[in-house]
Design a protein around this ligand. Structure first.
Ligand code: ADP
Ligand code: MG
Length: 373
């Protein structure tokens, strides 16, 4: 998959910008606060339908405007496609694909596949389980359209079930009603666990190989999916369902007492180990960086495996965080993958990409400058 053209209007600090991207490497150079991350965000938004930053949709629109648009032309499976995204203040955004309006903007996920790598991604290694669940949720949604639907459904089931648990003794009918919600919880939750399990299995194989390469085969990377229903490692939906049901039945009293759903994929985590020690607590900074780099590159491989095409790779200001060895590995890896890199300092990069087919842009105060090669 290749993005040919990107056109943004009144998006963040961009008034009007139109660029044609190179089909391999695109480098955007600019000082801090000029709009580099904003540009990445506009591509990400056209892929996932929301920002990776903590802003509301209104905040994506230029401060002095009421509307903003992002247009992307791409080639997917040899077809030309166009994504048009319109943001209007205090309204729901609208998305057109090849001129046809989508009923739900979530339907856009999976058209423009991306893998983004930013300094904030260290949260996947060092942060709470919430960060790791967010990360796999976005990843799986890109390749399995039904996953997003399952997640939304599961969230509603947990909310409703919690209301029943909290008010369990106020209504005698709740004794029967809870069984219905238990079934919903187990059925939807098991499907999620199954897909997460399948995804982590793939991710860990790719990431372990990449990590081994980066470390010169000196260190071992392991990754495991942890679900508090037990025995979820089996790739069999019936076994997952059975142990989930058992867990719910054995703990229902405790859940009523606490007034909340204690078991299920909303409590999942992923444990990453280097040479047997948990990376989050015992990994050196170098090991943690290698781990996140391996995971990001593994994400690319899974999208390739699932969709037949590489996603676009967005590297926002990460090169300065990597030492020369890791930077060299990454730059070598991206050959053949359309990549957008932003950086404040182009010195190393120019040297590293001397022989690459590339386009270089400058970003200054929301304006994208002339291309030099
Ligand atoms: N809705 C908005 N309208 C206008 N400017 C914005 C908006 N949101 C953010 N900005 C501006 O964008 C700039 C930050 O851009 P960013 O892409 O994060 O910079 P960097 O080049 O460092 O990645 C800041 O100057 C900020 O004020
Ligand atoms: Mg930035």
């Amino acid at each position: 998959m290749i993005i040919n053209k990107l056109k943004i209007k009144n998006y963040r600090n961009f008034k009007d910008a139109e660029i044609e991207l190179n089909n391999s490497l695109n480098i955007f150079i600019g000082d801090n606060g000029q709009g580099k991350t904003n540009l990445m965000e506009s591509i990400y938004l056209s892929s996932i339908g929301r920002t990776f930053r903590l802003n509301s949709e209104n905040e994506l629109i230029n401060f002095s405007e009421n509307k903003s648009s992002v247009e992307i032309s791409l080639i997917k499976n040899n077809y030309n496609m166009k994504i048009d995204l319109l943001l209007e203040k205090n309204k729901r955004k609208t998305v057109h694909i090849n001129g046809v309006k989508l009923d739900k903007t979530s339907e856009m996920i999976g058209i423009l596949n991306n893998v983004i790598f930013t300094p904030d991604d260290m949260r996947i290694i060092k942060g709470s389980p919430v960060e790791r669940r967010k990360f796999i949720n976005i990843d799986i949604s890109q390749i399995k359209p039904k996953y997003k639907y399952l997640l939304n459904k599961y969230k509603k089931v947990v909310t409703e079930r919690n209301i029943i648990l909290k008010n369990y003794y106020t209504n005698p009918q709740n004794k029967d009603i809870i069984n219905i919600w238990n079934d919903y919880l187990v059925n939807t939750g098991s499907d999620i666990i199954f897909l997460r399990n399948e995804y982590i299995e793939k991710l860990k194989h790719y990431a372990a190989d990449i990590y081994a390469d980066i470390s010169g085969k000196k260190e071992k990377f392991e990754m495991s999916y942890c679900c508090n229903i037990g025995r979820s490692e089996y790739l069999d939906n019936e076994i997952i369902k059975k142990s989930f049901h058992e867990k719910v039945n054995n703990n229902i009293k405790n859940e009523i007492m606490r007034g909340t759903t204690l078991y299920g994929p909303h409590k999942d985590d992923i444990v990453i180990k280097i040479d047997g020690n948990e990376c989050k607590y015992f990994g050196s900074q170098g090991q943690q960086r290698s781990a996140i780099l391996s995971i990001k590159l593994a994400e690319i491989e899974i999208i390739k495996e699932e969709t037949g095409e590489y996603p676009i790779l967005l590297l926002d200001d990460v090169l300065s965080e990597l030492d020369n060895k890791r930077k060299g590995y990454l730059m070598n890896y991206i050959k053949g993958i359309q990549t957008v890199i932003t950086t404040t300092d182009d010195h190393d990069l120019k040297e590293l990409t001397k022989f690459y087919n590339k386009k270089i842009f400058y970003i200054n105060e929301g304006k994208i400058g002339n291309i030099t090669n």
